[in-house]
Design a protein around this ligand. Structure first.
Ligand SMILES: *[C@@H]1O[C@H](CO)[C@@H](O)[C@H](O)[C@H]1NC(C)=O
Ligand SMILES: *[C@@H]1O[C@H](CO)[C@@H](O)[C@H](O)[C@H]1NC(C)=O
Ligand SMILES: *[C@@H]1O[C@H](CO)[C@@H](O)[C@H](O)[C@H]1NC(C)=O
Ligand SMILES: *[C@@H]1O[C@H](CO)[C@@H](O)[C@H](O)[C@H]1NC(C)=O
Length: 526
């Protein structure tokens, strides 16, 4: 039996409000400080306070107010200044055996409880359509949030296949399947056979599993959706024009993304993002937003005065090298961003969620039905994936290193050579990469071509990412090849035998075949 202390599910919102930087020394001094704070609000503050903020939804990029920005920046600087452990994690999950009989006291009993409803709704709906009793635990009102995202038709179709979208849209399906809403008091008990942790990057359960460890890398994103652009037809998936820039006391390489927004013909969403190693002095989100207001109009060929800012967007996306996260407790499985399955380069959590949905729904359904709910059996659902681990190198290569003797133009140059090579190799190489799927053959071809055309980049690559990361990466690259081989040649031999295996072996082998296929990026179809 597993106990999840619901009272702490609000983990994310518990971060303290901005603490005063200067202790009150004298009455006069504090008044002076307040005067300054009131007289020069930053451009970001002025813009954000000029937009009406409706109620906020949690999750990455879900909160829009200026105060929420300050809170996130505080959390972010705590991460940066920590040595290794950001904060001693609270104990959210504890195992108990025979202390009480849950069914007696439970206000409701489920097969699966999904914690975190914003994106957890997808897996919840899919499992519920398979006939399981599913409940969602969410601290806010269960609703989506407005966010422009570029998702492919194929990825959306994945949702239909998994039984999430039928003819009705998600909202209707949600209202239909997840009634009634229970208001829980602390101390109320919900009992369930499996808990799915869909609480995202900052899940308190993940914090407990990772012992509050500081992330290995972070992607900082700022952006806005605005009205008044001239160009409403093109989009950029990734764009970079400048060299490494100084921001605050450290350095950053900026990348951009831009696409038309559905809210109006002259509306566009633009993002500026950068990969950083969390350390003291790393840029704050507000500093990045200040840069963004300067650079975005240049990038898009408009002037800021002519734009009506509809929404300001910002977020921090942490990654850990050891991802996906294996299940650490019996009966608790991480899902979506919480499991760390998203690419550490694009952080396209939603895209990866949709791609893995079908696989996970089938696996979870089997696990529930046949009682494969201990941490070992659940871990087979979040297995090692060499394509994910290999992507870590790309994040390293794209983040500016402090005090490195690599030229400030190196990252742009490297990207340029890579994309040129991929373009020469054609769509079969370029397309999967743009949709976050790393595959062995395209990767090997691209690297080969880069080495042939620009061998002089090699020493800088070594300096930029470091020998240990390169060695580690070679291992994953080898495994990527091996998984590709296994999935191509061993899978067809083993698959027909599956039905003759006893149930535990059948479950294990199915998961293994999936791990080969997904770990080699081979579920990708054009
Ligand atoms: C989304 O990306 C695809 C290419 O990946 C592009 O063809 C399409 O126009 C984009 N849609 C939007 C709204 O940006
Ligand atoms: C782009 O703007 C033109 C002119 O306002 C409009 O006719 C067209 O529908 C817009 N396209 C999109 C994709 O919004
Ligand atoms: C996995 O689940 C099966 C079926 O409940 C169980 O027999 C087995 O002990 C579990 N764990 C391991 C490590 O095999
Ligand atoms: C790994 O492959 C799977 C299956 O194709 C895909 O969904 C996922 O996005 C890939 N991840 C990376 C980082 O390439």
């Amino acid at each position: 039996m597993v106990l999840l202390h619901l009272g702490f599910i609000n983990g994310v919102s518990q971060c303290p409000l901005v603490t005063p930087l200067v202790q009150r020394r004298s009455h006069k001094a504090s008044r002076h400080l307040r005067f300054i704070a009131q007289s020069i609000p930053s451009r970001t503050q002025r813009i954000m306070e000029g937009i009406s903020v409706s109620d906020e939804v949690g999750g990455a990029g879900g909160a829009y107010s200026y105060n929420a920005l300050k809170r996130l920046d505080k959390l972010w600087s705590d991460i940066c200044s920590a040595q290794t452990v950001v904060q001693e994690p609270q104990q959210i999950v504890s195992s108990v055996r025979g202390i009480f009989d849950a069914d007696d006291k439970a206000v409701d009993t489920f097969d699966v409880l999904v914690c975190g409803g914003t994106l957890g709704i997808f897996i919840a709906t899919a499992l519920s359509s398979k006939g399981l009793r599913v409940g969602i635990v969410e601290r806010n009102i269960l609703k989506g949030r407005e966010q422009e995202w570029n998702i492919s038709r194929k990825e959306l179709f994945e949702l239909v296949e998994a039984g999430v979208l039928v003819e009705e849209d998600i909202e209707e399906a949600t209202a239909m399947k997840f009634n009634p809403v229970l208001q829980l008091a602390e101390g109320d008990i919900l009992s369930s056979r499996l808990i799915i942790d869909a609480m995202g990057n900052f899940s308190p359960v993940v914090k407990q599993i990772r012992c509050g460890r500081k992330p290995d890398g972070v992607c900082l994103v700022v952006g806005s959706c605005a009205r008044g652009f001239k160009d409403n037809s093109t989009s950029d998936v990734i764009y970079s024009s400048s060299s490494v820039k100084k921001v605050g006391t450290s350095e950053a390489q900026y990348f951009w993304e831009a696409f038309p927004a559905g809210s109006g013909p002259m509306d566009r969403t633009t993002y500026m993002f950068t990969y950083v190693n969390p350390q003291p002095g790393s840029p704050k989100l507000e500093e990045l937003l200040e840069e963004y207001w300067d650079l975005m109009p240049h990038y898009q060929g408009v002037s800021l005065e002519n734009l009506e800012i509809l929404r300001v967007i910002y977020g921090i996306f942490p990654t850990y090298r050891d991802s996906p996260l294996p299940a650490a407790f019996n009966r608790v499985l991480q899902f979506g961003d919480a499991s760390g399955i998203q690419s550490p380069v694009s952080f396209g959590g939603f895209g990866s969620l949709t791609r893995h949905l079908q696989r996970l729904v089938t696996g979870i359904y089997e696990a529930i039905n046949e009682d494969f709910l201990d941490s070992y059996n659940l871990s087979l659902l979040n297995p090692y994936m060499p394509n994910l681990s290999a992507s870590w190198l790309f994040q390293r290569a794209m983040s500016a290193r402090q005090q490195s003797n690599v030229s400030p133009d190196f990252i742009t140059e490297l990207l340029c050579v890579n994309f040129q090579s991929m373009q020469r190799l054609g769509d079969p190489v370029l397309r999967p990469f743009l949709q976050d799927v790393v595959q062995f053959v395209p990767l090997a071809k691209t690297l080969g071509l880069v080495m042939l055309t620009k061998p002089q980049l090699l020493p800088s690559i070594f300096k930029q990412v470091g020998i240990p990361v390169l060695l580690d990466w070679s291992g994953h690259f080898f495994m990527l090849g091996y998984y590709t081989f296994l999935s191509t040649f061993a899978d067809p031999v083993i698959r027909p035998l599956l039905s003759s295996f006893p149930s535990k072996m059948n479950y294990e082998w199915k998961r293994r075949l999936e791990a080969w296929k997904y770990g080699a990026g081979l579920d990708y179809k054009r």
